[in-house]
Design a protein around this ligand. Structure first.
Ligand code: CTP
Length: 406
């Protein structure tokens, strides 16, 4: 999503640096617009470094790109934190003396204002009247937190914590997306990622080489496209994106129950996890010991359920469920068939809507940053092929998902 972070001139401006980090981590493009007063508290280099974008307070910067209109028009969400009493008054009066207030007048995206000020200023009838007026026009004004303020005083007027503002603001925009907004706004996307581990005993397991990088990149790309993402993470070498709801699982059976449950409330399910096809028939309760007779141990494996197939079956049986179910295929190809042929057969066998094909091998794909994917559609249409980093591939897959949802 394209987010504008407006920063008013209050001491809580420093907390917005953490808010900015959360938005960026979740994959959003953030432009910071401080007021001149805000620059007394946090300097422009901080905002530029953390957002990776130029920062300006004035309508007379970047005039050639008509910044004062463009930023507001292109935004999916505007968050003003901290919103000082002065800024709330300016917004309520429709004043447009600087870049932030211009943007507030131009934008048709969701606007969330997060007040922070001393209790007396917050409770003053002038401020309360401004807040009521803003709310009556559709601006969302978050309630300030109560607690320790700048001086010795305590009371309502404290800026809520960055993670609370983050979750609150994203919820607003998903409930009321702007026209022409990000392609997956309002959509719920479930993504499974990483490799399952099937325990043999309390210290050993059967695992696979999946790093989880592709699934995490998908979660970030879907979140950036405005979706509400639920990540179901098996073992991963990378951290899940901050701000994305993540459920940790270990085994295929745990992943199965989490995925079948989450699918019931999802518009899209993407099965990027490397699910073990087999698990040890028995799990020893204590560590398996070497035996004195020097016999080679035998491990009996049983099949795990095919979760992707079950998701398709659950949708068919119930007549409801995700509009789109996306599978992944990791194929090496062999003397009996090429990778594309195997992928076509897999799409048909599993019955999903899209199948993303990865060609894998010892040094290909697993744990690497570069990848090459082909996206196959159940209609049998010519596959769409894409090479690049896993982040770029994830963006291409999410763009295709958005296109399929129309
Ligand atoms: N998958 C699944 N449940 C399993 C195995 C795989 O849901 N028990 C999903 C994966 O998440 C992936 C897709 O099925 O989206 C394809 O996985 P892959 O391992 O390539 O396919 P397999 O069914 O295991 O086929 P094969 O090993 O025979 O190639």
């Amino acid at each position: 999503m394209r987010i504008i972070l407006g920063v008013g001139g209050g001491i809580a401006a420093y907390k917005s640096a953490f808010l900015l980090r959360l938005f960026k981590e979740a994959g959003h493009e953030v432009t910071v617009i401080p007021t001149a007063a805000a620059e007394q508290f946090v300097g422009r280099p901080t905002w530029e470094a953390l957002s990776g974008r130029p920062v300006s307070t004035s309508v007379f910067d970047a005039v050639d790109t008509v910044n004062h209109v463009r930023l507001g028009q292109e935004a999916d969400l505007v968050v003003v934190a901290p919103a000082t009493a002065d800024l709330l008054a300016q917004a309520a009066a429709g004043l447009a003396g600087d870049l932030l207030t211009n943007t507030l007048l131009v934008t048709r995206a969701a606007v969330v204002m997060v007040p922070a000020m001393h209790t007396e200023m917050w409770q003053h009838p002038a401020t309360q009247a401004n807040v009521a007026l803003l709310r009556s026009r559709g601006t969302v004004v978050m309630e300030p937190a109560s607690g320790r303020l700048t001086g010795k005083d305590t009371g309502p007027g404290r800026l809520p914590e960055p993670d609370e503002i983050f979750a609150f603001a994203l919820r607003q925009v998903r409930e009321a997306p702007a026209a022409g907004a990000s392609p997956l706004l309002g959509k719920r996307v479930v993504i499974t990622a990483g490799g399952t581990r099937e325990p043999l005993d309390p210290v050993r397991f059967l695992g696979n080489r999946s790093s989880g990088k592709q699934g995490v990149a998908l979660a970030r790309a879907a979140s950036a496209a405005g979706a509400e993402v639920e990540l179901i993470a098996a073992h991963m070498d990378v951290a899940p994106p901050e701000g994305v709801k993540t459920a940790r699982v270990e085994t295929a059976l745990q992943l199965r129950s989490a995925a079948l449950d989450a699918a019931g409330r999802a518009d899209v399910v993407i099965m990027a996890a490397a699910v073990a096809d087999f698990r040890p028939a028995e799990q020893a309760g204590t560590k398996i010991k070497k035996r004195d007779d020097a016999a080679d141990p035998v491990i009996t494996l049983v099949r795990n359920p095919d979760i992707l197939q079950e998701l398709v079956q659950q949708r068919r049986d119930s007549g409801t469920g995700p509009e789109l179910i996306v599978g992944f295929a990791a194929e090496t190809g062999d003397s009996r068939g090429d990778v594309l042929e195997y992928a076509r057969q897999k799409l048909e066998r599993k019955g999903c809507d899209l199948l993303v094909l990865n060609q894998v091998g010892q040094d290909l794909v697993f744990g690497q940053d570069q990848t090459s994917v082909s996206i196959l559609h159940r209609s049998g249409d010519e596959p769409q092929t894409f090479s690049g980093t896993k982040d770029e591939a994830a963006e291409a897959i999410i763009a295709r998902v958005a296109e399929e949802l129309g």
